[in-house]
Design a protein around this ligand. Structure first.
Ligand code: ANZ
Ligand code: ZN
Length: 846
């Protein structure tokens, strides 16, 4: 009857937990306890959990349970990132409506999550972003953004995947192809789109990263690069052949005497104008735009083969009056800086390559010293140590200082000024898809004076939610499916009552995930996205856990959304999450698990074979959580055997513990007094308290759950060894009770089903997961003997054991008495003995 049978234990406990919706519910913020908001990234409801989910959620679950046991008021929510393309694809394939398909998948995955025993407050928090109860607040916030000039419309080039028939964000373009269709080249299209003005927050988004020490450095670096703040100078060059001028952006105005041409992006407005009556130019420019368009649109121009064409026009360098030819070049990006540069081949790699190819002059204007005659190969790109040469009145100035002075000079003379440029662009949120949040705007046929842009009218709040129509035909061909639903499209203008058309694009699904964690704090609110008091109590998130693949977009959009909501007065915090943890991938046979590689291990199968406890414990044990985890079924089997051992031992002694508990009338069992211990009992208690100390520290520090579990294994080994002594009455009943009690408490975050079962068998009162976490007793944990390395002339000779409290003399005596040490000392004289108490002995000999 002491046989471990997870197939019996786990469903039984799951049913009991399901029957009590308050089990994992957060307490109201008046509870007086410190709060802990433990958040895992919400999944897309594909229908099946994968091992990456299991790992992510096992980490969060262990942490949430630990924090409950540490006395925190824990918010541990879960929801569904439920809009998106796969639902439409499924509709095409199986003829199931997206809503039905999505909700069915959610139910399926919820069953899986319950089976794993995850401690979510389903009743209080569950959110599915595809339901109007949620997406109406996307619309509501969108309207606030329109009101505050944070959402606007503009015509722009978009990445277009012909297979998805939709616009892709730049990050969804990988190597020029669609992220979902690795074999499909992305095209460019010009469309009217809605944009969110994330660039307004560029500085704050960047500077805020310095104040997030709880985020991994690599994530912060990725975000810094993504925002890409660049300090430089604008300089205006007059065009010789016309009245116009060309503004360039440069970070090296100090090199301006070395400019030998001006280079324009092929999309530059002047190029368009000149190409109108220059067929040859038109032709070359079109080719340039077509050829490297993807690399150029995504800014990925580092390695493209450089091409250019002369416009036959010229510009005047305002610093020295020199005349420079104006070219068009494919390595100049249209939407970075001003889309125009001064080309300095002597000091810039890309310009050098270009100048060599087209025979443009290459000049040296900075050098490591004033003499400027060093045989330093061009392009020379140094600047900290560089000095200007051949630069008129600026010759001899240090580069960095010259940048300042020359920018000021340009400003004084009205042809330039210091400026800051960002790589970050405004967030295009329009998608030509059905399964997303309708954008709450209409286009009125009456122009509406004063409404800008003309005829674009925001719906009033009272018109929300704009519901997605249920009856819809999804077809392969492109364009917005909603545009083909007249009942949806045709509406009346809220301003004049005249006929109007609804916006038929829907919002990017990154909108949904930008603020879902605020909704969790008040998920059933039907009057507001959430109550500010509740959000202010729970925020910032204490620990956010998820995949590093979300390091850039999701996390930047979430940070942006937080700042917008703060400025709208909805919340007080400036950042969503205090700490972020990115777990490693789950791999099999050395590769990421994926259907295409055929190396997917299904969580359900593992659970059926070994139980949920063994599966999740393995996911935590097999690697440190931030590293990749190589899934090995033998490893799960090993954990399952380990759990079986724990089960057998604990069950066996449970009646003893229970009896004692009964006699103690619910009082705590008397703490173990060392004096009353036999050596066997003392040794067991020592390991127990060392284990408690180690796990408590690992939980609060770096989450090395793998070493936590290893420590529990050592403890269980020790218990096994002591089994005979326990049987023989050589270890007191009180000690036995303490050991098993605390063992089960420590197992609770990792193997909750088995821990709950054993807790009950031992007669434990109340809910296991609300019991106080055991405290390590330093006195009990202290080793009675310690090992001291003995060195002779700095080289290790042997390790000796001494009583933990030994003084220097005793340690020295023990070292000299050691056989190996003594043997090495034969015929030598000890001239000096250095004893570092509790650490080591060094004998200096001649
Ligand atoms: C002249 C120069 C001389 C430059 C030199 C660099 C070194 P970051 O740091 O990335 O901001 N540039 C400016 N706009 C560009 C565009 N739209 N497409 C391609 N290149 C562009 O780089 C700024 C530098 O990148 C600018 O400074 C400009 O080249 C180039 F020795 O101006 B530099
Ligand atoms: Zn109108």
């Amino acid at each position: 009857q002491n046989r471990y049978n997870p197939a019996e234990i786990e469903p039984r406990w799951q049913a009991r937990w399901d029957a009590d919706p308050s089990l994992y519910a957060a307490e109201p913020h008046s509870s007086g306890k410190p709060k802990f908001y433990c958040l895992e990234m919400l999944p897309y409801p594909s229908g099946q959990l994968h091992m990456g989910h299991v790992r992510n959620y096992s980490i969060g679950d262990a942490l949430a349970r630990f924090m409950w046991m540490r006395g925190y008021n824990v918010l541990h929510p879960m929801g569904w990132d439920a809009f998106g393309l796969p639902a439409e694809n499924a509709a095409l394939k199986n003829n199931t409506p997206p809503r039905e398909w999505t909700l069915k998948n959610i139910e399926q995955m919820k069953v899986q999550m319950r089976r794993i025993g995850l401690s979510y407050d389903w009743a209080g928090t569950e959110v599915a972003t595809c339901l109007p109860e949620y997406y109406r607040w996307n619309q509501w916030i969108f309207l606030k953004m329109v009101e505050n000039d944070l959402a606007y419309r503009k015509s722009s080039k978009v990445n277009w995947c012909p297979k998805c028939a939709t616009v892709l964000a730049n990050e969804q373009v990988i190597g020029g192809c669609c992220w979902r269709h690795e074999d499909t080249l992305v095209e460019q299209r010009e469309l009217e789109q809605w944009f969110l003005r994330i660039t307004k927050y560029a500085d704050e988004l960047l500077d805020g990263l310095d104040k997030l020490p709880g985020w991994p450095e690599k994530v912060r670096t990725m975000q810094r690069n993504w925002i890409g703040r660049s300090e430089g100078t604008h300089v205006d060059f007059a065009v010789s052949e016309s009245a116009g001028k060309i503004r360039v952006f440069t970070t090296r105005v100090d090199t301006i005497f070395g400019a030998t041409s001006i280079q324009l992006a092929p999309e530059h407005p002047l190029v368009k104008q000149w190409a109108l009556n220059d067929a040859a130019l038109q032709q070359s420019v079109e080719e340039m735009i077509a050829q490297q368009k993807i690399a150029r649109e995504t800014g990925d121009i580092g390695n493209i083969e450089k091409h250019g064409v002369s416009t036959g026009r010229h510009a005047i360098n305002p610093f020295n009056g020199e005349t420079l030819p104006i070219w068009v070049a494919n390595y100049i990006l249209a939407d970075y800086g001003t889309g125009a540069i001064m080309s300095v081949p002597g000091h810039d790699e890309r310009d050098f390559e270009f100048a060599q190819k087209y025979g443009l002059p290459i000049k040296r204007v900075v050098a490591p010293s004033v003499s400027g005659t060093e045989e330093i190969a061009l392009p020379y790109t140094g600047k900290e140590e560089a000095v200007l040469v051949d630069s008129g009145e600026w010759t001899g100035e240090a580069s960095l200082e010259a940048q300042d002075k020359m920018a000021r000079y340009a400003e004084e003379h009205g042809f330039g000024q210091k400026t800051t440029t960002f790589r970050l662009k405004d967030w295009g949120v329009s998608r030509q898809r059905y399964w997303g949040t309708p954008i709450p705007m209409v286009y009125c046929i009456n122009g509406h004076e004063g409404v800008k842009p003309q005829g674009v009218v925001a719906l009033p709040e009272s018109a929300l939610p704009v519901l997605l129509p249920e009856k819809i035909e999804i077809t392969q061909e492109g364009g917005s499916p909603l545009a083909k639903v007249p009942e949806f499209v045709n509406t009346t203008c809220p301003v004049c009552g005249g006929p109007a058309r609804r916006e038929t694009d829907t919002m990017d699904t990154f909108v949904d995930s930008s603020w879902y964690f605020y909704r969790y704090t008040d998920a059933r609110n039907s009057n507001a996205p959430f109550d500010s008091d509740k959000a202010n109590y729970w925020f910032p998130i204490d620990q956010y856990i998820g995949g590093v693949e979300h390091a850039i977009l999701h996390l930047i959009y979430s940070r942006f959304w937080t700042k917008v909501m703060r400025d709208l007065g909805l919340i007080k915090n400036a950042e969503p999450a205090e700490r972020l943890f990115t777990q490693g991938m789950v791999i099999k046979d050395g590769a990421k698990m994926s259907k295409s590689k055929g190396n997917v291990v299904s969580p359900d199968e593992m659970i059926s074979r070994y139980g949920a406890d063994a599966t999740r414990m393995y996911a935590l044990f097999a690697a440190p959580p931030d590293r990749d985890l190589e899934w090995q079924e033998e490893g799960v089997a090993g954990i399952s055997r380990f759990l079986a051992r724990v089960y057998r031992l604990t069950s066996k002694f449970a009646p003893v513990v229970r009896e004692l508990e009964k006699n103690a009338h619910g009082d705590e069992i008397a703490p173990s007094a060392l004096a009353a211990q036999t050596p066997a009992g003392a040794a067991l208690l020592r390991t127990l308290h060392q284990t408690i100390a180690k796990i408590t520290e690992d939980f609060s520090g770096r989450w090395h759950f793998n070493t936590c579990i290893a420590a529990i294994m050592i403890l269980v080994n020790e218990i096994s060894t002591a089994e005979a002594a326990m049987d023989a009455g050589d270890i007191s009943v009180g000690t036995i009770a303490e050991v098993f009690h605390k063992l089960v408490l420590m197992l609770a975050p990792f193997a909750p089903f088995m821990a709950a079962e054993l807790w009950e068998q031992m007669g434990g009162e109340g809910v296991l997961f609300r019991q106080p976490w055991p405290e390590a007793d330093a006195e009990l944990a202290r080793e009675s003997e310690i090992e001291i390395p003995v060195q002779i002339n700095g080289k290790l000779a042997n390790v000796v054991k001494v009583a933990a409290e030994s003084d220097e003399e005793t340690i020295k005596a023990a070292a000299l008495a050691d056989e190996k040490v003594a043997a090495r000392l034969v015929g030598k004289t000890v001239v000096k003995t250095i004893v570092v108490k509790g650490r080591m002995v060094n004998l200096v000999v001649k």
